[in-house]
Design a binder for this molecule. Structure first.
Ligand SMILES: Nc1nc2c(ncn2[C@@H]2O[C@H](COP(=O)(O)OP(=O)(O)OP(=O)(O)O)[C@@H](O)[C@H]2O)c(=O)[nH]1
Length: 300
């Protein structure tokens, strides 16, 4: 059988760090964390309290997790970001970048110096976290243009709709569509059509504010959601953008067909029940612009 001394040696050799923390956030034991690629040596933390080592807001979060693990007596799994610069008493040696951790926190069935304690195992999940962020970005992004896709737009529109119904903050929407893309594809080729679509996207990126959400809605149709802009301001922006589009598209033309853009502009109104009503009204305004002869803006 393994003896107590050997057990201690095993604990200390663990690649991931293991902390024993009291309800008040005092480190009463630190084991393992021997993989220096991923962890700083935490031995110096023993005897200190989280609140003395970490900034108040973060320290409070740790205390809440300890409390939760103690009160539920079940395994709690949390994710958090921490750098050695955030924690007083950690050495400079070790990873320089902030680390994303998965913490597994479990109440222990004994007390230390009369205090309830938890076991907190921290695993470095930075690589996985980075991949998750990349995946989320990819799933929100249209491949051809780099603009957001419809999924991301709809998620954001739900929030903007809530901001309007709760606080009266307006959001306007511009829906636009290339005119005559089919003819251009047929005469200049599909790649030229793609180039047109990318050109519109580049102009959007150059012209818009950072909190505007420009999205490729599908095919040659785009939607821009403009938080905190009323209809008149949105129309001004649409006119500016339209002028830029016309300039940028002027050298793409096929026979006597000019590459132009039609636009519909709307703002959330009290009569809209969900963001889908806003999308529907934008679509109707765009349809009117097409019906009235294309290459124009309809504000409805
Ligand atoms: N090159 C290219 N063409 C596309 C892409 N997506 C959709 N299209 C084409 O764009 C056309 C879109 O249909 P419409 O909007 O009805 O065609 P349009 O000629 O622009 O007609 P109007 O909008 O009425 O001016 C279709 O012919 C599609 O095949 C794309 O990613 N690249």
């Amino acid at each position: 059988m393994i003896n107590a001394e050997q057990m201690y040696s095993v604990l200390d050799t663990l690649p991931d760090p293991v902390f024993i923390l009291t309800r008040e956030g005092r480190y009463v034991g630190v084991f393992g964390g021997k993989d220096a690629r991923y962890y700083h040596d935490g031995k110096g933390l023993v005897g200190h309290r989280i609140t003395d080592l970490i900034k108040p807001i973060k320290a409070q979060w740790f205390l809440e997790q300890i409390e939760k693990a103690l009160s539920t007596q079940s395994l709690l799994i949390v994710e958090y970001e921490l750098s050695n610069k955030d924690v007083k008493g950690l050495p400079d040696e070790g990873p320089e970048e902030p680390i994303w951790f998965e913490g597994r926190v479990q109440a222990l069935d004994f007390k230390v110096d009369g205090d309830d304690v938890v076991l907190w195992v921290a695993s470095n999940i930075s690589e996985r976290h980075c991949l998750e962020v990349q995946l989320r970005e990819m799933s929100d992004t249209d491949q051809l243009t780099g603009l957001y896709n419809r999924r991301k737009l709809e998620r954001d529109l739900i929030l903007h709709f809530e901001a309007f119904t709760r606080y009266g903050i307006p959001t306007s929407m511009l829906m636009f569509d290339l005119d005559n893309l089919k003819v251009i594809n047929d005469s200049l080729g599909h790649l030229a059509g793609d180039k047109l679509i990318s050109t519109l996207a580049k102009t959007c990126i150059a012209e818009l504010r950072t909190n505007d959400i420009a999205c490729r809605f599908g095919g040659d149709e785009f939607v821009i959601a403009m938080p905190a802009l009323d209809q008149e301001q949105a129309l001004q922006l649409a006119k500016r953008l339209h002028q830029r589009f016309i300039n940028d598209l002027s050298h793409f033309s096929a026979a006597d067909t000019k590459a132009t853009v039609s636009m519909g502009v709307v703002s959330i109104s009290a009569a809209d029940v969900t963001y889908l009503d806003l999308l529907h009204r934008a679509d109707t305004a765009l349809y009117q612009a097409k019906r009235q002869g294309k290459n124009r803006i309809v504000s409805a």
